[in-house]
Design a binder for this molecule. Structure first.
Ligand code: ADP
Length: 376
């Protein structure tokens, strides 16, 4: 059996209530009429002295006429009442079911992948003044917007990944073809080129895995008291050989006796390795890189400053966006996937902190600063 739609359910419910009320009205009218008539006649008798108290109204010609007149009026008013009640029930049912019907249609369209579907909403109406149906529509629109955003991000991500993989794959394929056709010499340089591209692809895939873990919150922070004096010292020592190779002057100017910070040590190290790695990568030979940590009230501020290529003002706003590279060709050749800062930002924010980048412009060096709460 086909189920009744919401509209008909409301309609029949309203109509049912009206018919029951009418039925009760007619019965009570019939029962109360002789009693009320008798009472009023008694009052009149008291005034004129013509009739006796308690007289049975049945068979009384005056009552019979009155009874007929009122019954006629009653039977005439019932169809009119029913007609009006029918129309009112219809209108009210439509009023209630129409927005729900729209909601149903919109939900169906979203399930078919049309994520730009929205329900019409009155403009500039504060949430407190909305009725329940308007709140339902607003909630639905919010859900649709976040589904649309997720879908857009998914599409964008697939596009970005394909784009990122295409370059190393094209290079590897080109080199292999060159080798097969004998155009490229089968020597160390050619093999190294192929190896470097394969290595870049591997790093990209690893970075993507890490990004998806971090963006999907599929990790937990193992917070413990971390000594930043020890951590920065250890990291600087690790980077010294690379700096010497590039002729970069690396210094640690962190304040002494820093308070311990409640954080995930490995994740903190990951953030710092990324910032220091970038600083070295984007600073030409002979430049300088400095790491400086200090406690400010209940926060720990860590700065990685370099005298490198700097960042143009129009790029500053985007460098924490995944796959964004300020200088595409240079970053790509330097092996960057444009994911490191996105991961760093997620990790800093997971610790309850913030991160920012500053630069006076191209060629003027850069400063990356992040702050973390001391107590985690
Ligand atoms: P990548 O792996 O490409 O370095 P990141 O997410 O770490 O990816 O950085 C994103 C972009 O930000 C880089 O491609 C680069 O253009 C810019 N960038 C990051 N750090 C620096 C820096 N210290 N100096 C200049 N540009 C930087």
């Amino acid at each position: 059996m086909q189920r009744l739609s919401f509209f008909w359910k409301i309609f029949f419910a309203l109509l049912g209530v009206i018919i029951i009320s009418l039925f009760v009205l007619v019965i009570t009218f019939r029962i109360s009429l002789p009693v009320a008539f008798g009472r009023h006649m008694d009052e009149m008798r008291g005034m004129t002295g013509v009739m006796r108290m308690g007289e049975n109204m049945m068979g009384n010609p005056l009552f019979d006429i009155f009874n007929k007149t009122s019954s006629e009026a009653l039977w005439l008013s019932i169809p009119i009442t029913l007609l009006i009640a029918f129309s009112a029930s219809w209108g009210i049912s439509r009023l209630i079911s129409a927005p729900l019907r729209k909601l149903f249609v919109a939900a169906q369209r979203i399930s078919q992948g049309k994520y730009n579907e929205r329900l019409p909403m009155p403009e500039n109406i504060p949430e407190k003044q909305m009725d329940d149906l308007q709140r339902l529509s607003a909630g639905f629109n919010q859900m649709a917007a976040s589904l649309e955003e997720t879908e857009n991000r998914r599409r964008q991500l697939i596009g970005d990944i394909s784009h990122e993989l295409r370059t190393p794959l094209t290079t590897i394929k080109g080199s292999m073809e060159g080798l097969m056709d004998g155009v490229l010499p089968a020597d160390q340089t050619t093999y190294q080129q192929i190896y470097l591209e394969a290595d870049r692809m591997q790093r990209l895939v690893e970075d993507l895995q890490e990004l998806s873990r971090i963006e999907g919150d599929a990790y937990t922070l193992a917070r413990e008291p971390v000594d930043l004096n020890e951590l920065t010292y250890m990291l600087v020592r690790r980077f010294v050989p690379l700096c010497q190779e590039k002729g970069i002057h690396l210094t640690n100017t962190s304040e002494d006796n820093l308070p311990r910070i409640l954080a995930d040590r490995d994740r903190l190290e990951q953030i710092l390795v990324n910032l220091l790695g970038n600083a070295l990568n984007y600073t030409p030979n002979g430049g300088s890189v400095e790491i400086h940590a200090r406690a400010i009230e209940r926060w720990m501020q860590i700065e990685v400053r370099d005298s490198g290529i700097g960042i143009a003002p129009e790029d500053l706003a985007h460098i924490f966006t995944r796959f964004y590279r300020a200088d595409k060709s240079r970053s790509r050749s330097g092996g960057g996937s444009g994911i490191g800062l996105t991961i760093a930002k997620h990790l800093v924010e997971a610790h309850g902190g913030t991160i920012k980048a500053e630069s006076a412009g191209v060629g003027a060096g850069s400063v990356f600063t992040f702050v973390l709460p001391l107590t985690g």
